[in-house]
Ligand binder design. Structure first.
Ligand code: UFG
Length: 354
């Protein structure tokens, strides 16, 4: 396998072995960037590294470590001559954040601060941060643009909103030159190779992995949480974005930071499609992708859920020249292809250094 000799800058992807991070790594390499992964493998399998090598044709340098370990982050930034950091590492379950908030503040806010300190100490000035549409206050009408009021309703969302504020203050103090926080809507789907995707070992909370696991026979049916919302078919509507489109949004953000290096600011940018799909529509589209009806049952609403959450993706188009390109049907087909073949990949093994 070849070592990366990048045509362009070196990027550190914290959490680069995770679901979104692994797709970001693939797209960065395709765009000519050098990439180093820093991951603690708490919610990622080392097998991903073998699969990344198969997809990209390169051995991606990997450091096993936690972002809260500031010296490890600083040492990695220095050792690889990193120009830009994409900070994806963090905990991401809303429910878990309600029962264990301190773990979430520690990992997401504490981890983010350690990354910022390491960047300041080593003079790495450009950051892309994995934020979330959860930072928006629930209950607004219509699509959400970046000026919509912020007001997260759970600890997970608050960790994202807090780190955004901390980044703004850090840029203002010249501890960073430029930053972009990407507010993800609902990522789903998998890489078209079927080699990387999301297959949680615990029972999934999110709709798409649950539908896929149900289609694969792991659950008897999909439970649709409420059909009495003020939406066309009564079920919740979300802006599902193909994870490969999402990953390309990160490359567009990195390109933007490289091209506009002189200006000191912190941009917030939505990554969504602008189109909403209901839970019923998701089950129907997934059934179309797998060629049989995925069983479902409508049950009570899930506490804390909102009716509709859809992005206004205008700023991403205007500033980053990015729009989502892959269809909802493609997302279902790619997620199904990944789930159907997951078992085959479990034989891959690789030793992680660092
Ligand atoms: N849903 C079901 N059954 C399930 C799971 C979900 O009907 O088994 C419904 C939900 O009620 C909701 C929709 O499917 O209407 C999507 O639910 P998800 O759990 O997949 O996603 P959420 O919109 O609730 O939240 C997700 C992530 C958050 C992230 C947020 C961004 O879980 O981490 O999107 O807005 F912050």
């Amino acid at each position: 396998m070849k070592m990366i000799v990048p045509e362009r800058q070196w990027v550190l992807a914290t959490g680069g072995a995770g679901y979104i991070g692994s797709h970001v790594v693939v797209e960065l390499v395709a765009a000519g960037f050098g990439v180093v992964i820093l991951d603690n493998f708490e919610n990622a399998s080392p097998d991903v590294l073998t699969r990344l090598a198969r997809i990209t044709g390169f051995d991606i340098p990997v450091v096993r470590g936690d972002v809260r370990d500031k010296s490890k982050v600083a040492e990695t930034l220095m050792r690889y001559g990193i120009d830009i950091v994409i900070h994806l590492a963090g905990k991401k379950s809303v429910g878990e954040s309600v029962s264990g908030p301190l773990d979430y503040y520690n990992a997401n806010v504490g981890g983010g601060i350690a990354v910022l300190e390491a960047m300041r100490e080593t003079g790495v000035g450009k950051l892309v941060f994995s934020s979330s549409a959860t930072v928006y206050k629930a209950g607004g009408a219509g699509t959400l643009d970046e000026n919509a009021p912020v007001g997260p309703s759970n600890p997970y969302g608050r960790t994202k909103a807090m780190l955004e504020e901390i980044i703004t203050d850090t840029v203002a103090s010249r501890g960073l030159t430029r930053a972009i926080s990407l507010r993800y809507f609902n990522p789903a789907g998998a890489h078209h190779s079927g080699l990387i995707g999301e297959n949680p070992t615990a029972k999934p909370n999110n709709l798409f992995p649950f539908i896929a696991q149900t289609a694969a026979g792991l659950h008897p049916k999909v439970l649709i949480f409420g059909d009495d919302y003020p939406t066309p078919d009564g079920t919740g509507v979300r802006d599902y974005i193909h994870v490969v489109d999402l990953a390309r949004g990160h490359v567009a953000a990195v390109e933007h930071l490289v091209a506009n290096a002189a200006t000191a600011d912190h941009l917030r940018v939505n990554l969504g499609t602008g189109a909403g799909y209901s839970v019923r529509a998701a089950v129907a589209a997934f059934s179309g992708a797998c060629g049989f009806d995925v069983p479902f049952e409508v049950v009570a609403r899930r506490p804390g859920d909102i009716a509709i959450c859809v992005a206004d993706p205008g700023r991403a188009k205007q500033l980053l020249g990015w729009t989502a390109k892959l269809s909802f049907e493609q997302m279902c087909a790619d997620q199904w292809a990944f789930h159907r073949t997951c078992e085959d990949h479990n034989t891959d093994r690789l030793v992680v250094s660092g």
